[in-house]
Structure formats: C-alpha cells, structure tokens
Design a protein around this ligand. Structure first.
Ligand code: XIL
Length: 787
C-alpha cells in the first residue's frame, strides 16, 4: 500500500553550485550562468587564455578586446546583471565588456552597441558606444575605500539605468541608452596595452522569477517525443547516432532532430587532425567542446573521430620537412593532447582511420604516417591512445570491408594481427558509405560481424549513408527511396542480429547537410530525414527493425487506480493515480522524480491522458510489480472519460479508457502489523500513530487524494497552495461524524489533498476507523489511534 513517505520525496530542494560570486538580495543566478568561466566556452574566442577556473587576457601594444561571439550569450528579459571578479597587474584599463550589437561594417564602432566597465587609472570607468562614433560616452566613479586592482564588479541594468557595484556597494548609475535593445548580450573583456587581466569568477544574475536566459545553439535541449530512434533503442542500451557539425545547431530544426533521434554523436570533422591542431602545438577544442556540451544537455554519448588518417592533415605538418622522429613525436603529442582533453567525456575513438589499401594484398596504404613512422605506426597510435584515455574504447575504422570480400578479409587479418601483438583495440568501425547497387548483403554483413565478434571485437556501423541519384532539385525517385529503405533495413537487421554490433551511426542526420552532394556529384538524399527533417522510408525501416527487436517489448496497462484507495477503473481530476502493467520501465527499484514542477517524461517513460503527457511522480519496478505514479491532469474535469496510454522506449501501450468521476477519495495509509493506519497528522505535523494517539476534540490533518476539482487549480505538476475543493467531504471517526474545518490541496505538494477535521468529543479510545466520503463515494476505512 502507498504511504506518505513516498509522497514526501516529491519535494527535493534545488541547490545551486557554490560560486565565489553571489547575487544581490532578491536576485538569483541566471540558470546555467553561475559559473561563466566554465560555461562560457572561452576557448572558442581568440586572444584569451583559459585556465582551470580563470581566464587571462594580455594586451601587448594595442588594446586586446574580446567578445565571445561563439560562446553563450545572455538573452536579457528585464533587469539583469553580470558579475565578475577581476584582478589586473596595473590600474590602467581593464574592463568587463558587454556587447548588445556587434559592429556591422567598416570601422570598429560602426553599429556597435557596447558597454565597458572597469578600473582605469584608479577610478571605475564606464564607457559606452552607441554605433555612431568612435569616441565613447564616459562615466566615472571613485573606487570605494580599500578597493585596489582586484575587485568584484557587478554591472546591472535596472529599469532604465545602468548601475555599477564594486565589492557589493553601489557606486552610482547612469541612463541606459539602449545598449542591449537587441535582446542579446555578448560577454567579453577589454585590456589596455601592457596590461594583463585575470578573471577569477564570472556569473550573470537577475531578479528572482524573471526570464533572462543564457543561450547558445549547442545548449538547446531537444524536446523528446518518447518515440525517437534513441527511445526505441534505449532498453537494450544500443547506441544510435550520427555525424554532427555543431555549427548547424544554430538551425533549430537540426538541434531538435539530433537530440530527439540520437543517443550518440560523432563530430563529422571537428576532432580531426587539422581542426584540432591548426598550428604546431596549438590545439583547438572549441567545436568539439560544443558537441560535448550538447551531449551533456541532452543525455547523449560522444565518439571521437579520428586520430590517425592520411587525410585532413594540416599543411604545417605535411610541408614541414619534419624528420621521422619529429613526426612521431608530433603524433604522440597530438594523440595525448586531444584524447587527454576529452578523457572521460568520450566513450570511444576511431584511433586509426582508413589505413588499408583497396586492392590486394590490402596492406597499409601509402600515407604521410606510413612514410614517416613506418609499418609500426598503427601499433604505436593505439598504444598512445590507450595511455591517453585508458577507459575509451578504441576502434579501427574503414570503408569497403563491411560485407565479405578482399578488403574485409584484409581488415580481419589486420585487426587479428593487432590483437596477436597485444595492441589495445576494442572494435572495428564499418563505415557503410554505400549505394543500392553496391551495398553488401545482410548475410555477408552478419558473417563479417560474427567473425570479428569471434576475435572479441565489438563492431559499429559508423558512417552509414545510402546515396541515390538525384535530380537538379536534389530529389530522388520514390523507387530509389524504397530501395534505400531496404538497404538500411538489411544493415540494421544484420547489426541487431549480431550480439557484438553495439552501435549504428549515419553520416549526418538530414539530407539538408550531407557530404554526398558535394563529394559525389549527381547523388544525394542519402540519410534518414529529408531536407525538411521529415522521416523518409529509410527512417521507418530503421525504426521498424529496432522496434521488432525482442529487447523492446510493448508496454501494456493492467489497471489504473486512485493512488491512495487503489480503487480501480476511474480517475478524478488532479489526483495522484497509480497505473500498473507490464514493460512500463527498464529501471528497477523505486525511482522518484526530483523537483517541481514534475516532469512529463522520466526514465524514458511517459503517460498520455487524452493526448497530453501527465506529470510523473515515480516509477516503481519492485519484484516485477511495475507501476507508474502520475498526476491526472486537471483538464480531465471537463471530460467524461480519460483515454490513457503509456509510452516507453518509443512504444505505445494499448489505450485504456476509464470514466472520469467527480470524486474517489482515498486516505493515504501505511501498514503496521496487521493494521492499516491512515496518514493523519496532529496539528504540529506529528504523525498520529500508536505512540502519539489523538485526543477527542483536537484538530487533525487527513492526507488523501481523489477529492476532485478545486477552486483555481495550479498548473499540472506544479505545487499547490491550499486551494479549496469544490465538493464538500464528510468524515466519520469511529462511526461518529467529525466536523470538517478545511478541505483542499496540501500546500507545496502535487495532487495531495488535505482534510482538517475535529476529532469528535465522544469518540471511544482505541484504533477507530476513519472514512472520508464525498456524496456516495467513500474511501476505504483506515485506522486512527485514539487516546
Ligand atoms: C568527410 C566529411 O563528411 C566531409 O565533410 C569532409 O570534407 C571530408 O571528410 N570517411 C571518413 C570521414 O572517415 O571522416 C569522411 O568525412 C567521410 C569518409
């Protein structure tokens, strides 16, 4: 039986991570902006050195002005502020820079709307540009007593004023000339010549309850329908993903599709050699970091691609006249640095890519690395990779050897050789860039996967696309789209039938952005979603294979009950309901959601009531008794029936339709010995139990659910505030009518009702039954100990 302890878990306070900066009274950090050194992606900006927990900006002969245009920006709504702890080597010109509009043309000041606030010659100076002149408007304020070159600065827009605070005290303010009227604030710094600024902390704040956000395309959280490929694949832990270009996250359709469909991403180009080491010993992780940030925001994994390849090498390397020993040291440093940077954040890497030739005897193909490092280069690369990130799975990745044949035999013999020399390798990537006329057969792919599996290796399909002839508009024929769907189906079927095939990735997600049209002129339409992000026949075939995999059984509903009385077969608006069934969850134990409002999707589970998703409290799977605790949406009050479905792993249960009744009371209860006691509290919130019995005449609080509609209900899933019920309950204790003082929603809870009654003066001592009724609907009795 349900008891109150479960309901008490519903309220888990949200705590913000510690920061050396604190918002002023009544203000809070902008979500995600409590540590803008870490969240700011400063390594994407040039001219700034990113340390652990600090930023350093040095200026030599000219001003060094940074605006972080590739990092996150603020979207202020009303009042907001930026706080920073700044430390400079001298008192000349070190500023926090906030840009509302970037310069639009020609001179730096044209169109520029920018505010600099900082220390300049021992005073606090605020300079702003409004786009029409090189000379800023300046305001200055004396430094507060005791403040030196290290200050905590806060620049706030409050109403129509810009206010400046140093070390917590307001220095003054001036009228805002509309610097941030664009609705965007880029973050930055400005440092005068010969000076160095160290930023020790940075954050953004706003009045509590306001709507300012920190935004970056790669921080968007995709809306999950529960029916994406990743949801269908989830129960078996199967990895499904694709190649990603983070610059495309600025297309909202792209960001949504990637997070909705995939649980794995691989950068299409941004972790390759030339991208990550554009100049000798100078590494660039900006775009790769954006992929990792998107993965974290969307609960996804990332695979790295790649460390060693004949292509994508920078000219500084290939034209560099390096000796063999130097080239070897460069590769070792590269692997160490790049894999070290991502250590613990990527699940796996393609260490060596496309090393084998396409014709007999399928040996190592000519490349810079073979010439420079010799036949050993693959062995060395895997060993360096393993040392750099011992927990990442290491793959050899190639094309043209997915089915059976000469190249596939060559790859097999090659990885067998690596294993025989104890080289650390975990898997083989089968790229699968194919077209319907050349694609390998399902049985050949399965045989190849099986023989690699017999070596103890995992396989992934790593880069699948199926290119089709297209017309000038990029469209393929319906017949070709159908054959493409068959090719995808065959490959996915082979993979799902192979226990060692643990992942499947396409080389992109939408035909809108695919390497095929530029690389294979006359071809295109190679991916699962079309240029409008609509699923193609191939999408349906991939989803169909995943769905028919026996590892993803269909959920089914057995009963829907009131959460407290367990009365089955009807629901009341706003109540806590419990749904029992099979295949509702892959989790075990009791999993509570945390925080309010309650989520409508939790652990891949959602409950649909009349087509909208209901707030979820908890998902239980104890001793194979699966149940979902959810709130019946208030909206059902206007309906006569509620149609209920469970969505799990992209599968939808049968629909169950139950009548909506105006009330179905149930008192929350707990078992003690053979007795079923009610969760009834003294006025001081002490539980009335046998050690704390009630006295006749005292007021007690009965916790229950199913009392039906209330006046001004809160939003579904949101905390209640003591709203009164519309129907009037009656209560008997020991068969004697008790006077009801209050009946409504328990404050701060969701879906929990509270009825306050006076224990009748004439009630007898002992465990007395309590029954709560509304009209003819009566709760099952629970016991209450009476003194
Ligand atoms: C391709 C990218 O898709 C292109 O954008 C880039 O210009 C060249 O590289 N095999 C691989 C991938 O391992 O890295 C290649 O990606 C496609 C073939």
């Amino acid at each position: 039986m349900r008891s109150l302890y479960r309901l008490l878990f519903i309220l888990i306070p949200l705590t913000a991570p510690a920061s050396s900066l604190a918002p002023r009274s009544g203000w809070v950090f902008v979500p995600g902006a409590q540590d803008l050194i870490q969240a700011g992606m400063w390594n994407c900006a040039s001219g700034i050195t990113v340390g652990t927990g600090s930023l350093t900006i040095t200026a030599t002969t000219a001003y060094n002005t940074i605006s972080n245009t590739t990092g996150p920006v603020l979207h202020p709504r009303g009042d907001f502020s930026v706080l920073a702890q700044l430390s400079a080597t001298s008192s000349t010109g070190t500023f926090l820079t906030l840009v509302g509009t970037l310069n639009t043309s020609g001179q730096f000041w044209q169109g520029l709307k920018r505010l600099d606030v900082g220390v300049d010659n021992k005073v606090i100076v605020a300079n702003y540009w409004t786009g029409t002149s090189a000379t800023p408007t300046a305001h200055s304020f004396p430094l507060p007593a005791g403040a030196g070159d290290s200050i905590t600065l806060e620049v706030a827009r409050i109403g129509a004023e810009i206010a400046v605070f140093v070390n917590g005290s307001e220095l003054g303010s001036f009228g805002d000339p509309g610097i941030f009227s664009s609705g965007t604030v880029y973050l930055g710094f400005n440092v005068a010549p010969q000076n160095t600024l160290t930023v020790l902390a940075m954050a953004a704040a706003m009045p509590a309850g306001s709507a300012t956000t920190l935004f970056a395309p790669y921080m968007q959280v995709a809306t999950r329908s529960g029916a994406g490929l990743r949801d269908i694949a989830a129960s078996s832990g199967f990895l499904i993903g694709g190649a990603i270009n983070p610059v495309d996250f600025s297309d909202p359709g792209y960001a949504q599709a990637v997070g909705r469909e995939f649980n794995l991403m691989v950068p299409e180009n941004d972790m390759k050699f030339a991208e990550t080491e554009p100049a000798p010993h100078q590494f660039s992780f900006c775009l790769g970091d954006q992929i990792v940030a998107y993965a974290q925001a969307n609960g996804m994994s990332v695979r790295g691609h790649n460390q060693v390849w004949e292509l994508d090498l920078p000219a500084w390397l290939t034209n560099g006249n390096y000796s063999s020993a130097e080239a070897s040291a460069i590769l070792e440093e590269h692997i160490n640095t790049v894999m070290g940077h991502y250590k613990g954040r990527l699940i796996e890497w393609d260490v060596v890519n496309e090393a084998l030739s396409d014709s007999a005897p399928y040996g190592l193909k000519p490349s810079y690395w073979l010439t420079q490092l010799g036949n050993n280069y693959v062995d060395m690369a895997f060993q360096w990779a393993h040392a750099a990130d011992p927990n990442a799975k290491l793959f050899y990745n190639d094309y043209g050897g997915e089915g059976l044949g000469g190249k596939s035999d060559g790859i097999y013999a090659f990885v067998q050789g690596l294993l025989s020399r104890n080289i650390p390798i975990n898997g083989v990537g089968l790229q699968m860039h194919v077209d319907p006329t050349s694609a390998p057969s399902e049985s050949d792919i399965a045989s190849n996967m099986a023989r690699l599996g017999a070596l103890g290796l995992e396989v992934h399909v790593t880069e699948m696309d199926v290119r089709l002839p297209v017309d000038a508009a990029g469209n393929a024929s319906a017949a070709d789209l159908a054959s493409q769907a068959t090719v995808y189906q065959n490959v996915m079927t082979a993979c799902q039938a192979s226990p060692n095939c643990t992942g499947f990735l396409t080389w992109g997600i939408t035909d809108l952005y695919s390497w095929i049209p530029s690389t294979f002129p006359g071809f295109g339409a190679a991916l699962l979603l079309d240029t409008q992000y609509q699923p193609k026949p191939a999408y349906a075939s991939v989803a169909g294979v995943l769905r028919s995999n026996s590892k993803t059984p269909v959920p089914s509903i057995a009963t829907v009950t009131n959460g407290a009385s367990f009365a089955a077969g009807s629901v009341t608006p706003g109540e806590i309901a419990t749904l029992f069934g099979q295949n509702l969850t892959s989790a075990t134990g009791i999993n509570f959601t945390s925080g309010l409002p309650l989520p409508s999707e939790f652990l891949n589970v959602a409950v649909s009531v009349n087509g909208s998703l209901a707030p979820l409290f908890a998902i239980d799977n104890v001793n194979n008794q699966e149940q979902i605790n959810f709130q019946v949406p208030w909206e059902v009050g206007s309906k006569s029936t509620a149609q209920i479905e469970v969505l799990h792993n992209g599968m939808v249960s049968q629909s169950v339709t139950v009548p909506v009744v105006s009330a179905q009371p149930g008192i929350i209860n707990y078992n003690s010995g053979a007795n079923n006691f009610g969760v009834i509290l003294h006025a001081n919130f002490q539980l009335a139990d046998i050690n704390h019995p009630v006295m006749p005449g005292e007021t007690v609080l009965i916790y229950c659910t199913g009392l039906g509609a209330v006046q001004s209900p809160p939003a579904d899933g949101a905390a209640a505030n003591g709203q009164n019920t519309i129907a009037n309950p009656t209560v008997t204790i020991g068969g004697i009518s008790a006077s009801v003082a209050f009946s409504g929603l328990a404050p701060d809870f969701v879906g929990l009702n509270q009825v306050n009654v006076v224990v009748p003066a004439t009630v007898k001592p002992g465990n007395q039954p309590v029954i709560l009724s509304i009209g003819s609907a009566a709760s099952p009795p629970v016991l209450l100990p009476v003194q």
